[in-house]
Write a protein that binds this ligand. Sequence first.
Ligand code: HEM
Length: 152
Amino acid sequence: LSDGDIIKIKTTWRIPMEDPSESGQAILLKFFERYPSNLEKFKNFKGLSIEELKVNTHFHAHASKIIRIFDEAINTLGTDYTDSALQEIWSKIAISHHKRDISKASYNELKEIILETLVAVCDMNNDQKGAWEKLFICVYNIIFQTIDNLTK
Ligand code: HEM
């Protein structure tokens, strides 16, 4: 990631961060609507309809957690410990999700929804979207490598 990419990511990220819970919910609702099989992985709220999810506190909590992790990761960008911090944050996610049998395909589905949501919410241009895509390449390399090591 170049310095320019980091600035693009940090400035656009401020917009969903104005209401992290709402942003997380918008992303997760779209994720379950488009790829409903992912909902089955959640013991606490599988089987619920979209309308029921909207008022479910477990759902709200999980939506906020996803945003918090991204916020942590984005806060480390541009520091001298970026690489080790990203490695730690995202390998931890990969390990905890491996136990829940979350596939690479599911991660890619979520990535598609997050990028789409950010483009819409932040009214991003192609340059800004490109910076986010680079961040996802970096983050998903860590996740997928961790998964590969766990399944060896
Ligand atoms: C739990 C973040 C992707 C399914 C969690 C937790 C966090 C989190 C922080 C709670 C703590 C933990 O166990 O690690 C993220 C982030 C993701 C991501 C940042 C972005 C790549 C996914 C995907 C799925 C998923 C793609 C697919 C269905 C779950 C489930 C739980 C969970 C089922 C357990 C929920 C519970 O029982 O309370 N996630 N997650 N996550 N995540 Fe994710």
